[in-house]
Design a protein around this ligand. Structure first.
Ligand code: SF4
Length: 128
């Protein structure tokens, strides 16, 4: 069965070597981040957050960085590109452009923060 990122039952058992040849499938899935991720990404500051999340949300939406914010979970949904790629995924290399600053969800995928922990929607570049 081919891997389908929307069908976790089709995902393969994760091993780090998969990332070397993958097109970055995980970076084509919705990316929800917390305020501390935005601070690490240098998209805001603690002072701006303290001044009010509402203003921050509206600035980040205007700048096209986030699509939405859910106050009940404190999660910001990053904007994706028209093809579904994460804002920070380089379309040619298929590598993250902010790797050292990447959000926690990216650091913990797929071991813990995943629809199917321990499994991955890896698609090799040659199979694309
Ligand atoms: S921030 Fe980087 S690692 Fe996370 S989804 Fe975007 S491109 Fe991928």
């Amino acid at each position: 069965m081919p891997v389908d990122k929307d069908q976790p039952s089709s995902w393969v058992k994760y091993k780090p070597s998969l990332c070397r040849t993958c097109i970055g499938t995980c970076c084509t899935m919705p990316v929800e981040v917390k305020v501390h991720d935005l601070i690490r990404l240098e998209l805001t500051t603690e002072d701006e957050v303290e001044a009010g999340v509402g203003k921050l949300v509206s600035r980040l939406k205007k700048q096209g960085i986030i699509k939405s914010y859910r106050a009940n979970t404190g999660l910001f949904l990053l904007t994706d590109r028209p093809n579904g790629d994460c804002l920070y995924l380089d379309s040619r290399s298929r590598l993250c452009q902010v790797y050292d600053l990447r959000p926690d969800v990216c650091r913990r995928f797929p071991e813990t923060l995943s629809l199917r922990p321990g499994y991955c929607p890896a698609i090799a570049r040659t199979l694309r």
